[in-house]
Write a protein that binds this ligand. Structure first.
Ligand SMILES: [Zn+2]
Length: 459
């Protein structure tokens, strides 16, 4: 069983300020967490942070903190009502990098009463933050048993992973000398789980690069088969696959395994509207959205928000002018944070576009009727594709991931979440992303719920 904990960088920073107020004494906070339950893995995602006031703590010393658990009653109630988890987090100002005996004792008491409160048999968690922001933690089961957390991820402009195995396997000296874009990048990418949704023009390019870079685990998702018409754009596709109508993901997985780079590849044939596929994607650290349809991109954005994933979205647009020329050769790469702006709030599409695409997918007869009667504009159909433009955009997107793992740019990363390019004017610009999404940001870390992703209209 793997155990994971995820936080947004904003939550991490809020906690860090509270847990290290500058007096060298321990402090404590709580968080209500969404879950991604599974047989082989359980993930807790922070959804609502509650800072235990320093003045409420009975004792605050450099090596211990005593606080009245009753201060969190309302939070425990809200968690119990929705089968959510509770994370307790405290600081070790002197940098002690393990749980102390006092921690064992206080965790046993706190979580015993929390388990009787929530009464669903699902784990809660306890974590410690060190002065440099690093974290470690453990899950606490219903019988009071402790299990160390395998990975704590902080999803922000800089993606940070604190791994239990990593701490053991690589000593500090090695980490200090490992070079970014050399050993350090390779080690980090090897630990990463990445999903790519959409395996055609841009997706196959992204996948090829991720495998060659040595990403450890890759989940690839697409519902379609290889066809002759897309041999001009799908990297690693060939005529024989098109003739036997091989599924895109199976064909790609076979070709990629033959590269011999050691990446573990999970091909999933289908759409994100399949809950099983969506949950598999939610198990990754980072997702790339390489889809044509706005509905799929919106769905992935929503999934990334609910399960705290870093989301890199890419899209290319080529507009023929109908006279043999071309009006637009442009594209965009979006870096989206779970508690930040969304594709919708950035104006990539409207709610009406989503409705029309959903109608076409779920009720083609009604779609045709509305189209014929002039109520709606037609959904986007196949647009021209040029492999070199797709490759350009895919490379920008993969470089975006590298910049988020090893910040190497001169500019502030928060100013670079929305890139667009225009190859007709040889232009590459950073665009304004706007404020956090009013609809989605409040769902950050909500995790499993019924209906799935809080969507009641899914089919
Ligand atoms: Zn402690």
């Amino acid at each position: 069983m793997k155990r994971l904990l995820r936080l947004t960088a904003n939550q991490h920073e809020t906690l860090r300020r509270h847990l290290f107020p500058g007096d060298g004494k321990e402090a404590v906070a709580l968080a209500r967490c969404g879950r991604r339950s599974g047989e082989s893995e359980h993930v807790l995602m922070a959804h609502e942070v509650f800072l235990v006031p320093h003045s409420d703590c009975r004792v605050r010393e450099p090596d211990c903190v005593y606080w009245p658990p009753a201060v969190g009653h309302e939070l425990y109630d809200r968690a119990a009502a929705k089968s959510m988890g509770i994370l307790k987090i405290h600081s070790h100002p002197a940098g002690f990098d393990r749980f102390s005996h006092l921690d064992d004792q206080s965790d046993k008491e706190l979580f015993q009463s929390l388990h009787s409160w929530t009464d669903d048999g699902l784990p809660h968690a306890s974590a410690v933050m060190l002065p440099d922001g690093k974290m470690f933690g453990r899950f606490v089961g219903p019988s009071g048993e402790f299990h160390l957390i395998d990975r704590i991820s902080v999803i922000g402009d800089h993606i940070r992973l604190f791994d239990r195995e990593q701490n053991r396997a690589i000593d500090d000296a090695q980490l200090r000398t490992a070079q970014a874009f050399g050993d350090q990048t390779t080690l980090l990418l090897k630990r990463l789980r990445v999903a790519v949704v959409g395996c055609s023009g841009t997706g196959s390019w992204v996948i090829e690069q991720l495998v060659r870079l040595g990403v450890g685990q890759l989940v690839i998702v697409d519902p379609d088969v290889v066809e002759r018409k897309n041999l001009n754009r799908i990297v690693n596709s060939n005529l024989s696959q098109a003739e036997r109508k091989a599924s895109k993901v199976a064909a790609l997985a076979a070709a990629l395994r033959a590269h011999g780079t050691g990446t573990e590849i999970t091909p999933l044939e289908g759409l994100l509207f399949d809950e099983g596929i969506a949950k598999a994607v939610a198990g990754c650290d980072v997702v790339f959205g390489c889809m044509d349809k706005f509905e799929g991109r919106d769905r992935l954005n929503r999934l990334a928000v609910f399960y705290l994933l870093a989301y890199i979205d890419l899209g290319v647009r080529l507009d023929a002018d109908g006279k043999g020329g071309i009006d637009n050769v442009c594209g965009a790469v979006h870096y989206l944070l779970p508690d930040g702006s969304s594709l919708l709030s950035r104006g990539c599409y409207s709610s009406e576009t989503l409705r029309v695409e959903a109608l076409l997918r779920t009720d083609p007869a009604q779609y045709k009727a509305e189209l014929d009667e002039g109520y709606i504009k037609g959904a986007k159909v196949d647009s021209p594709a040029v492999i070199s433009v797709n490759g350009f955009c895919a490379s920008m997107a993969v470089n975006e991931l590298l910049a988020r793992l090893h910040p190497y740019r001169e500019n502030r990363l928060e100013d670079e979440r929305f890139h667009s390019f225009d190859l007709r004017n040889c232009d590459w610009t950073q665009r304004e992303e706007g404020a956090a999404c009013k609809l989605l940001a409040k769902k950050a870390g909500r995790g499993d719920m019924t209906p799935f992703l809080d969507c009641i209209t899914d089919v």
